[in-house]
Ligand binder design. Structure first.
Ligand code: URA
Length: 256
């Protein structure tokens, strides 16, 4: 393990847990398997599906926007009550042709002030998590949120707010066309999968968002509050990295 990765894992609260250890008697290494046999992508059974928000004329318009129009529209959006208390809308940040798309819940106070997702404490942890698997914000990575305006008091976005904002996220996904989506936390997972999701049950599995493989991770803010679960985050990161490797092997060049 490189010194830099060591430092990052220590900051994440993962070291020394993640040092390679000798194989146990059962032949299992303490390091999460990197050559995991990945389960096939699964979709949510219809009985657990949450009905998608009605598309309508507004969603159709958004679905035809380029990045400039999308940015302007999000900045001026008044489609739900979240616009009333925001300082600014936060569209997203990163590589517009990213292979990795990370989707969080919504901007907090720091993001509302700076106009960029995940710049507070949770963002620092996210950056460290990215670095632990050799990724960096903006380099092959795009970070977005389900809602683009800060929910007051950092509460979970309401269904109507999520529904009003969803066409923006849909358009971002269509424009980026990532190889892999990582939903950070329950609201992001539920929004993208259109179903009730329990992170503990969904992590480590491969889902599908309209043909794009999707993984579910604990939200970094949750990990900050629940230190023991940080260990699971490393397993999830290894799974994400193994999934991306497999996707790249299966289709080395992405279609435009
Ligand atoms: N939490 C989120 O879900 N998104 C952010 O941008 C910041 C914190």
């Amino acid at each position: 393990m490189s010194a830099r990765r060591d430092t990052i894992l220590r900051e994440m609260g993962l070291a020394p847990l993640w040092r390679l250890r000798a194989r146990t008697r059962g032949g299992k290494s303490a390091e999460p398997a990197q050559a995991t046999v990945l389960p096939a992508a699964r979709t949510i059974p219809p009985e657990r599906a949450i009905p998608a928000a009605a598309g309508g004329e507004r969603a159709l318009r958004i679905a035809g926007m380029d990045w400039k129009e999308l940015g302007d529209t999000v900045a001026a959006c008044r489609a739900c009550a979240l616009c009333e208390k925001r300082r600014q809308a936060v569209l997203g940040v990163g590589d517009l042709h990213a292979e990795w798309l990370f989707v969080g819940e919504g901007p907090g106070a720091d993001e509302d002030e700076k106009g960029e997702p995940f710049v507070g404490q949770a963002g620092k942890l996210l950056d460290n998590m990215l670095a632990a698997i050799g990724l960096r914000r903006g380099r092959g990575v795009y970070i977005a949120n389900v809602v683009k305006c800060r929910p007051p008091g950092n509460r979970t976005p309401e269904a109507a707010e999520t529904a009003a904002c969803f066409p923006f996220l849909e358009r971002q996904i269509a424009l980026i066309a990532p190889r892999l989506i990582v939903a950070l936390g329950r609201p992001a997972a539920q929004t993208l999968l259109g179903a009730e999701v329990k992170i503990a049950a969904a992590r480590g599995r491969l889902f599908d968002f309209r043909g794009i493989p999707l993984l579910v991770h604990y939200h970094p803010a949750y990990l900050l509050r629940n230190l023991p679960d940080k260990a699971k985050a490393w397993e999830d990161l290894c799974f994400a990295r193994a999934t991306m490797r497999r996707l790249c092997e299966e289709a080395p060049a992405r279609s435009p």
